[in-house]
Ligand binder design. Structure first.
Ligand code: SAH
Ligand code: SF4
Length: 380
């Protein structure tokens, strides 16, 4: 039998396991504190544990961490990690620091079953779901590398987590939901629900659960306002068409002062006309919204090009004039990642799958004038 991984357990589960192995209950709480507050994983470094307690940990828990295959640091502070799992599969996480927040973009699956035509991950078959421990490990390792486990009052170097990496989080709810609960535990890493954003391509039956069970921010990869356009670029639209998606989102339990983020990748001549923009305005009418326009990152062999800057501005201006909050994503970490396409070709040569990392955006206000920048997917 494989042992459960320390990072994939809630405090209650960890306590049950350790107490079952013979450790006193209060010690189990201390182990949790070592791991999620102090950032210590090795039993031998947990100084208040007895020899016997350490033996219990080694006996009942899997304590292995993913290894770092690659760490690249950009001049602007962006860091990209390629983490290697115990079975050799690799996933990427990207850290994007900003003035007021710093975000880690994490992966939820190795590959993806959904074959969105503009997405490089979609060209790779699903290898497997990530476990809850592997998802939490991405955050834990990033915080460790950033020396971000400095006690509760230290200013957090990693304040936000977005599920915008490889994979569809709502096709792996059995691991993504527990991982999010672990990250949000106030006695542990304590990420508030406002600090976590889950991005979905529109897995309609699971959307309600995100609001009710997690209460985190929801980002929806809409990318087109009508079935014809959306089905042509996102096969999932055949299963869950725009109307079904919209009714799920309208039923989403949105907390006060929050909004839905709509991701909209700008594909030249495909979904970027004035008519598309006007349809989009109508479609989301009445929903507190932020439209996050993403210039398409061209990758070798991709069937699309990116809309021109003028087209992107014109599209944004239509939304803005209609009173819709809109942001346009900008690229960060260019010196290490170059354009996103290069990141992808580089990683695919290594037979890995790269992610769409979120980056800084220009926020439109005052009739299309760019006024400030912040991270996409975060509605704080
Ligand atoms: N599977 C989830 C989350 C991961 S993808 C989802 O689809 O929402 C994160 C975001 O990057 C999605 O909005 C996705 O549509 C977008 N994306 C994928 N490939 C892209 C590309 N080549 N250029 C720009 N955005 C892309
Ligand atoms: Fe999967 Fe999201 Fe890429 Fe679509 S955009 S293939 S859902 S990772």
């Amino acid at each position: 039998m494989t042992k459960p991984h320390l990072l994939g357990l809630s405090l209650a589960q960890l306590t049950d396991l350790l107490v079952g192995g013979g450790m006193p209950k209060f010690r189990a709480a201390q182990v949790w504190d070592w791991v999620h507050v102090k950032g210590v994983l090795a039993p031998e470094d947990m100084t208040n544990l007895s020899k016997g307690d350490r033996a219990v940990m080694a006996e009942v828990l899997d304590l292995r961490l993913p290894s770092v295959s690659v760490e690249q640091r950009a001049a602007d502070g962006v860091i990209k990690w390629l983490f290697k799992m115990a079975d050799g599969h690799e996933v990427e996480s990207v850290y994007i620091p900003e003035e007021t927040r710093s975000t880690l973009c994490v992966s939820s699956q190795i590959g993806c079953t959904l074959t969105c035509r503009f997405c490089h991950t979609g060209t790779q078959a699903l290898a497997r779901n990530l476990t809850a421990a592997e998802i939490v490990a991405q955050v834990w390792l990033a915080r460790k590398a950033l020396s971000d486990f400095n006690g509760k009052d230290a200013a957090r170097k990693l304040s936000n987590v977005v599920f915008m990496g490889m994979g569809e989080p709502l096709y792996n709810t059995e691991n993504v939901f527990p991982a999010i609960h672990i990250l949000m535990d106030e006695k542990g890493q304590g990420f508030g629900s406002r600090k976590i954003t889950l991005s979905t391509s529109g897995v309609v039956p699971e959307i309600t659960r995100v609001g009710e069970e997690l209460g985190v921010n929801l980002a929806v990869s809409l990318h087109a306002p009508d079935d014809e356009t959306r089905t042509a670029i996102m096969p999932i639209n055949k299963k869950y068409p725009v109307a079904a998606l919209m009714s799920a989102v309208r039923g989403f339990k949105l907390k006060e002062r929050r909004r839905i983020t709509w991701e909209y990748v700008m594909l030249d001549g495909i979904n970027d006309s004035d008519a598309h923009a006007r349809k989009l305005v109508k479609l989301i009418e009445g929903i507190p919204s932020l439209v996050n326009m993403i210039p398409f990152n061209v990758w070798p062999g991709s069937p699309f090009g990116c809309s021109s800057p003028e087209r992107i501005d014109a599209f944004a201006a239509i939304l803005d004039k209609a009173g819709v909050h809109v942001t346009v994503r900008k690229t960060r970490g260019e010196d290490i990642l170059a354009a996103c396409g290069q990141l992808r070709s580089e990683t695919s040569k290594r037979n890995t799958i790269s992610l769409q990392y979120p980056s800084v955006v220009a926020v439109y206000g005052n009739e299309g004038q760019k006024t400030r920048v912040h991270i996409s997917g975060d509605t704080d």
